[in-house]
Design a protein around this ligand. Structure first.
Ligand SMILES: COc1ccc(C[C@H]2SC(=S)NC2=O)c(OC)c1
Ligand SMILES: [Zn+2]
Length: 249
């Protein structure tokens, strides 16, 4: 339908601003990062995640992405340090991916598009609840992790809603903690400019079978015509003078 946003030509990123004016804001995400333009900030500390695998609840195909949700009713799985002050609660993680390995990530690094991008979304409990955090510039912190395809063994993943218990998302972190950070927005409507981005420099490796599993998801509901869930990524948005800081030289 026209009104519901998506990634097709009639409801995709070029038209989101018609129903979500923030999409044309000055702090939108994703962005292109050019290593030559980033500024090393030696005062940036390391970020730390302490996640409770017991907080993982379900994995869901919501027709736009594959999402794992966590219990965020208390400080059970939290992210702290780096550019953040205080502990941010892990609420959910999801991915953006392409129809082929040559594109799919939302952020673009020195012209490189990765096959997919994982977002771990955390919110600042000082703002009461997630809806309140969306309205604050320091409300949300998203760890972005790039996925590149290699030849490692694949791991089976489920499609629709199903229990996804005892999953520790920190297994997804790459070896290096090096990151870029900048202030931006949700990469989907409502495009709120509430995000402190922590983008990890080192991508994690997944097999082409795992990518195929993601690409086997459908955006349609059960008894509708099959429509592959692919290319659910927003292209880079204007930097508008923002500074991207690097935790590494
Ligand atoms: C109104 O609440 C929302 C809306 C959209 C998303 C997902 C977006 S935000 C991002 S970054 N990447 C995405 O796909 C939320 O994620 C917690 C929460
Ligand atoms: Zn996302």
């Amino acid at each position: 339908a026209q009104s519901v946003w998506g990634y097709d030509s009639d409801n995709g990123p070029e038209r989101w601003h018609e129903n979500y004016p923030l999409a044309k804001g000055d702090k939108q995400s994703p962005i292109e990062i050019n290593s030559k333009d980033v500024q090393h900030d030696s005062s940036l500390s390391a970020w730390h995640a302490s996640y409770d695998p017991g907080a993982a609840k379900t994995i869901l195909n919501n027709g736009r992405t594959c999402r794992v949700v966590f219990d965020d009713t208390f400080d059970r799985s939290v992210l702290r340090g780096g550019p953040l002050s205080g502990a941010y609660r892990l609420r959910q993680l999801h991915l953006h991916w392409g129809s082929c390995d040559q594109h799919g990530s939302e952020h673009v690094i020195d012209g490189v598009k990765y096959a997919a991008e994982l977002h771990m979304v955390h919110w600042n409990p000082k703002h009461g609840n997630f809806a309140g955090a969306l309205k604050q510039p320091d409300g949300v912190a998203v760890v972005g992790i790039f996925l590149k395809v290699s030849k490692i063994e694949n791991i089976k993943t489920k499609g629709k809603e199903a229990p996804f218990l005892h999953f520790d998302p920190s297994i997804l972190f790459p070896k290096s903690r090096d990151y870029w950070t900048y202030h931006g927005s949700f990469t989907t409507p409502p495009c709120e400019e509430c995000i402190t981005w922590i983008l990890l420099r080192e991508p994690i490796e997944v097999s082409s079978d795992q990518m195929a599993k993601l690409r086997s998801l459908s955006k349609n509901s059960e008894n509708e015509p099959v429509s592959p869930l692919v290319d659910n990524w927003r292209p880079p948005q204007p930097l508008k003078g923002r500074i991207v800081r690097a935790s590494f030289k």
